[in-house]
Ligand binder design. Structure first.
Ligand code: F6R
Length: 361
């Protein structure tokens, strides 16, 4: 049932091109996006929540909502909903992201929001699960069942659904013309190809990278812009399946504290994404400040990042626009986490202390 793969995690990583395509066609042939856009368009304030990987997808959503739909979004981790519980939500909308649709923290956030008058758009992979049932409408990912405890294919399908919601809202409110919307949706159809490219271009290199990282105790993962939520997700994946401590933060934060830990051979992975004309030069100085302390510098990014100097190891995922970059950049990190786990004799499908669905607070 693992389709010939030794672990579900690997099978599910490799399935991404197909399930991205299925999610895309599912979105195009339903009215889910329109319904979500209607709810968001009529709200004065938009919130997004989730736990773990789903929260990271929420951060990608907030990024594209600002960039494409020109709407600021308030992001919070679902177990932190208490901060907003006393607000009047009658003119607000909440986007609640949960692969399983059963995570208790996210469900509590949904209930709290509804009880103060808010409307809820769920994003879920499980039809008929609790969070979709209690929400006003649901946008489904069509990733199929995910057996590995670490979320992989569900993350990128969430990103696809959420990016599509941002685009649908943008055309609904006039931030995008109908033609621009059609063009962007046509581009998103290539999410599947971007994921294949990310996998194909990294599968061998990740093996080398994992053998040089397997003996490390700490790894930093740094990004800017869209690269920040992708870095958070990369670090979560590495730590949960390989048990190597990985920490992600916006690259600009280095000199505000974390660089104090950096010494000879400390591995720092940079996530390189568009818009390169705004980010490349800034990332270059972050690479240099790490290099100056003897760090091992690694870049996983689009082809434009080849120009960076002072990089010890580089995985070029191909050149992709901003809306497509996540699908190419994320699989190498998932594969890296997987390889590290296997090399260290850890079961990537069943990390210790973790459950697939967290139904207790
Ligand atoms: C990480 C992971 C968890 C889940 C989180 C939320 O790989 O799987 O962080 O993302 O428990 O689960 P859902 O999306 O089912 O609410």
């Amino acid at each position: 049932e693992k389709g010939g793969y030794p672990h579900y995690m690997l099978k599910e990583i490799m399935e991404q091109p197909r399930v991205l395509y299925e999610t895309y066609t599912g979105l195009m042939s339903s009215r889910e996006l329109e319904k979500a856009a209607e709810i968001l368009a009529s709200a004065d304030h938009i919130f997004v929540t989730g736990a773990g990987t789903s929260y990271h997808a929420g951060l990608v959503f907030a990024y594209f909502m600002a960039r494409i739909a020109r709407r600021p979004v308030i992001t919070f981790i679902s177990s932190e909903y208490l901060a907003y519980r006393s607000l009047d939500h009658s003119n607000s909308a909440l986007v609640a992201i949960s692969q399983s649709g059963e995570t208790i923290d996210t469900l509590q956030a949904v209930r709290s929001f509804k009880s103060s008058g808010g409307r809820v758009v769920a994003v879920s992979n499980v039809v008929g699960s609790t969070i979709p049932r209690e929400s006003d409408t649901t946008v489904y990912t069509r990733a199929g069942p995910e057996i590995g405890v670490a979320a992989t294919k569900t993350f990128l399908t969430q990103v696809l659904a959420l990016t599509s919601i941002a685009l649908a809202l943008a055309v609904h409110t006039g931030s995008l013309t109908k033609a621009e919307y059609t063009e962007a949706m046509r581009e998103l159809r290539n999410a599947s190809h971007a994921a294949s490219s990310g996998i194909d271009r990294s599968i061998r290199l990740v093996e080398l990278l994992a053998s040089s990282l397997r003996s490390k105790n700490n790894i930093y993962v740094l990004g800017r812009g869209l690269g920040v939520p992708l870095a958070y997700e990369a670090a979560l994946k590495i730590k949960e399946v390989s048990y190597i401590h990985a920490e992600a933060y916006p690259a600009g934060e280095s000199k505000h504290g974390p660089i104090a830990l950096v010494e000879e051979e400390f591995p720092v992975i940079f996530v390189g994404v568009p818009p390169e004309d705004e980010l490349l030069e800034k990332l270059q100085s972050n690479v240099m400040e790490m290099k100056a302390r003897g760090a091992s510098t690694i870049v996983i990014g689009t082809s434009s990042y080849r120009e960076l100097e002072g990089v010890d190891f580089y995985i070029d995922v191909g050149n992709y626009s901003e809306i497509l970059a996540p699908y190419a950049v994320v699989p190498p990190f998932q594969l890296l986490a997987y390889k590290l786990a296997v090399m260290l004799n850890r079961d990537p499908d069943k990390p210790r202390n973790l459950a697939k669905t967290v139904t207790v607070e």
